[in-house]
Ligand binder design. Structure first.
Ligand code: PGA
Length: 251
């Protein structure tokens, strides 16, 4: 059975004091019925992983370099993330694609590096508002899936996060029907590309997920969880989303 994951992406937020939020998530969900992943900034990764060691809460990073080591000032490799206790890494988030010009090919190389280091790679895809308005959503997302996922992906090494760019941090989100349409299309693409292994790859939805809309989104067939930005920064905001996923029917 495909795993379900409530994942938090702290982005460039969080000082050492913020570790108390991870402690609170651990305390609120000692025996969760879904995976929980928190991705703090790199500065907090090792401390967060130490804090969460032995608990069901996984700690992850928000990006990695595609090489194991080398002369790349300011970069962090997948091996370093694993060494710091990380279990996962977000890859190809739209903010990385737009702020740092990351291409699908680069994201795929990063995903390979993550797999080699034993990390779960959470690969993000999603259309811009202009692409949606032009009726190109499914084609854009299919192209991103093809280019950003390396060969040989399985649910052990890869997760896909569908995040419409226009829904990130805006308070706007697609209708359940729109989310369902894209998730179905991604699921078909994964099956074509990876065969039976594609079935095991979870597909998360991301973009303005919050307590108020989580249950509705998780009720959409084909949604295996969420990648949450703003509402993952505080346990009081994140926990209801985790609970909604635990309570959601499997579809
Ligand atoms: P948001 O961010 O929940 O704040 O919209 C989601 C994301 O960028 O992963």
């Amino acid at each position: 059975m495909r795993r379900r994951i409530a994942a938090g992406n702290w982005k460039m937020h969080g000082l050492a004091a913020g570790l108390s939020e991870i402690r609170a998530v651990m305390d609120a969900h000692p025996d969760p019925q879904c995976g929980i992943l928190v991705c703090p900034p790199a500065t907090l990764l090792a401390a967060a992983a130490k804090l969460a060691a032995g608990s069901p809460v996984m700690i992850g990073a928000q990006d990695c370099h595609h090489e194991r080591s080398g002369a790349h000032t300011g970069c962090v490799s997948a091996e370093m993330i694993a060494d710091a206790g990380g279990a996962a890494v977000i890859l190809g988030h739209s903010e990385r694609r737009s702020d740092h010009g990351e291409t699908g090919e680069l994201v795929a190389a990063k995903a390979l590096a993550a797999r080699a280091a034993g990390l779960l790679g959470v690969v993000c895809v999603g259309e811009s508002e202009a692409e949606r308005d032009a009726g190109e959503t499914l084609a854009v997302v299919a192209r991103q899936i093809d280019s950003s996922l390396p060969d040989g992906c399985t649910g052990e090494s890869a997760v896909v996060a569908y995040e419409p760019v226009w829904a990130i941090g805006t308070g706007r989100s697609p209708t359940p029907a729109q989310i369902g349409e894209v998730h179905t299309s991604i699921r078909e693409g994964l099956a074509r590309r990876f065969g039976a292994d594609g079935e095991s790859i979870p597909i998360l939805y991301g973009g303005s997920v919050k307590a108020q809309n989580a249950a509705e989104i998780f009720a959409v067939p084909g949604v295996d969880g969420a990648l949450v930005g703003g509402a993952s920064l505080e346990q009081g905001l994140f926990s209801p989303i985790v609970s909604a996923l635990e309570a959601a029917p499997r579809g």
